[in-house]
Ligand binder design. Structure first.
Ligand code: F6R
Length: 608
């Protein structure tokens, strides 16, 4: 996501901020900005696009004198990538400047509150509420002010803050978004990640959740949320820059898999208010939701697979008929669309050519469109009638993992909302579903913690020629994604089949030792799939089963079993995908493939 750098010391701050931000480019961004205290006022310069533009505007920082400053690369979440939305953000009289990484979940409520107090907002961002809230509470003591703000804001944040009234000091605070402090020879730094400070120091402090750091040229001190000073020990960094950019992970794909718990929280939590689902950006009245005749989900690749999952959930839970189409098919098949249908286009990049063309086709037919998109301000986000962002942060590995997981969450939320409005489920059901959804991050963490076992298993299959993924119902949907993950990064041929369909032809491919990954998370289909597994093992297949904890009966039929924690039957795909992602990843690593950049593939497919 966004990148933060701050510096206070003897040297000119702006060049150090620009240099630090350049080391955080890997995090993805679409605009950048720096604020430097010049001895009289806090000067700000922002630019849309690459850092190069900001460097040119500031003559590599020379045009912004001063030895204290904060900088930011913004990956748009709330509000398009514009100059107004770029950070740093100011309070009204420009005496407090703020940079932020994360999502302030209750920003709309806070914004309304502050507007009621006469505060004027100039951006669409959630961050600006922090600048005004700091102003609202400021009575001369920055630490007291920051702790008051921490009590009011919900969500995740890493903040770099400058007060004009305290020019020799930088303040930083974090909760659930990364932030470190670097102790340099001629000054001190804050940053989202280690690479930004490595040129200046290898001595860093890792700020923990709800800790405040206070930096001057000579000293660094830390405080807790009650404003009490705490003592922290520095760590010495002995990694190289490349490893550090991946946060110590060997590949971006692994890093992004590990970001999934946070991604799920970020997509889910801002849409849960007082036990209810609030999707403000949907812009549909209850009457309109009740009037939906049919949903058409259109997407490509993994995004399409989340659409297949969503079909089961929308139909099962909300009883709305759903068609799922590959965008490349939809755009040319002259689909039958009615006025009261809803077309949902799902896309991480928001730039996929076929998905964009499908969106335009639906719009030309006068049908309401909703984009579920990750990249803010992308073409699909701009052109869809309404857009629901997934807030997964930038995805760098070509093979999607965290954006896929975020798309599932967005679709579950829509399905629950629609089901409730249409009277298919009760408020009590909604509360139970939300409780299960909120458990998912922790359950995903647990599954990721199991990687050793999966790595061990994957190493046995690096020379496999063909792998089959089977399941029924929702388990078929997840099999499709499991199969795609494996083939795209390990170049092993794999296919996903509805388990009941195998004996209509494909079972002839099963030989002694053929690996079959079977997914069995749907209790009502469990016995049926076990019968299919027996058909496979009796023809020599080696079966890896992924099933719910407690389904130990499977151990008699399958050769190797991975258990996933219990969740509601509609949400099992969010858990079953984790071992399948890990399996593909470790097969790819074991084969020595280029995990993050598989051959022949591009991250954003902007041609049809
Ligand atoms: C697979 C993968 C692709 C994308 C597909 C759509 O790991 O990433 O299959 O899902 O190219 O891309 P978006 O979501 O950007 O429209």
């Amino acid at each position: 996501m966004c990148g933060i750098v701050g510096y206070i010391g003897e040297s000119p701050a702006a060049p150090i901020l620009l240099d630090g931000l350049s080391k955080l480019e890997y995090r993805g961004y679409d605009s950048a900005g720096i604020a430097v205290y010049d001895g009289e006022k806090i000067q700000v310069q922002k630019a849309i696009g690459r850092l190069k533009v900001l460097s040119e505007l500031t003559h590599d920082g020379a045009k912004m004198p001063g030895a204290a400053g904060i900088g930011h690369t913004r990956w748009a979440t709330h509000g398009a990538p514009t100059n107004n939305n770029a950070h740093p953000h100011f309070n009204g009289d420009e005496s407090i400047a703020v940079v932020h990484n994360g999502i302030i979940e209750n920003y709309q409520k806070l914004k309304k509150y502050l507007e009621g107090k006469g505060y004027q907002f100039v951006s669409d961002t959630d961050t600006e509420v922090v600048a005004h809230l700091l102003d609202y509470y400021y009575k001369g003591d920055p630490i007291e002010t920051i702790t008051k703000v921490m009590h009011r804001v919900e969500g995740s944040y890493a903040l770099g803050i400058m007060f004009k009234a305290h020019p020799g000091i930088l303040y930083a605070v974090r909760k659930d978004s990364p932030l470190i402090v670097g102790h340099g020879k001629d000054g001190n730094l804050i940053a989202s990640d280690v690479p930004a400070v490595l040129k200046y120091t290898r001595n860093v402090y890792f700020i923990q959740n709800e800790e405040i750091a206070v930096l001057s040229e000579e000293a660094i001190s830390f405080f807790n949320v009650d404003g009490e000073e705490i003592i922290k020990e520095p760590s010495t960094i002995d990694w190289d820059i490349n490893a550090a950019e991946k946060g110590g992970y060997e590949h971006f794909m692994l890093k992004e898999m590990y970001e999934q718990p946070q991604t799920v929280r970020d997509t889910l939590n801002p849409r849960i208010k007082e036990g209810a689902i609030v999707i403000e950006e949907l812009g549909m009245s209850d009457e309109e939701i009740r009037g939906i005749g049919r949903i058409h989900i259109v997407a490509c690749g993994s995004a399409y697979h989340t659409g297949v999952t969503a079909k089961y959930v929308f139909e099962g839970m909300a009883r709305i008929p759903v068609d799922v189409d590959l965008a490349s098919e939809f755009r040319y098949r002259n689909p039958i669309l009615a006025d009261n249908d809803l077309v949902i286009i799902i896309s991480q990049s928001g730039e996929t050519a076929d998905s964009l063309a499908a969106l335009r086709e639906a719009k030309n037919r006068g049908v309401k469109t909703l984009g579920i998109v990750n990249v803010v301000g992308s073409s699909i986000a701009r052109e869809a009638d309404k857009v629901m962002y997934t807030w997964a942060g930038p995805e760098i590995a070509v093979a999607t993992t965290k954006a896929y997981s975020a798309q599932l969450i967005a679709e579950y939320l829509l399905a629950i909302k629609f089901a409730q409005v249409r009277g298919e489920i009760t408020e009590q059901d909604v509360r139970a579903y939300l409780k299960d959804l909120q458990k998912l991050p922790e359950q995903i963490e647990m599954l990721l913690g199991n990687k050793g076992k999966i790595q061990h298993f994957a190493n046995r299959y690096i020379s496999a020629k063909d792998v089959f993924f089977v399941g029924r119902g929702l388990d078929h949907a997840i099999s499709m994604e499991g199969s795609l993950k494996l083939k795209e990064i390990s170049y092993i041929h794999s296919e996903a089949y509805a388990a009941g369909e195998l004996k209509h032809g494909t079972i002839s491919l099963i030989e002694e030792g053929t690996l079959v990954a079977a997914v069995l998370t749907q209790e009502e289909l469990y016995k049926k799939t076990i019968s299919n597994i027996v058909e496979l093992t009796s023809r020599g297949a080696f079966v890896l089963a992924v099933t719910n904890t407690g389904n130990t009966e499977i151990e008699k039929a399958a050769d190797y079993v991975i258990y996933i924690p219990q969740t509601n039957r509609w949400f099992t795909n969010s858990l079953a995908i984790i071992p399948l992602q890990l399996f593909s990843y470790y097969v790819s690593v074991g084969k020595g493939c280029d995990v993050d950049k598989p051959r022949n593939l591009a991250k954003s497919v902007t041609v049809e």
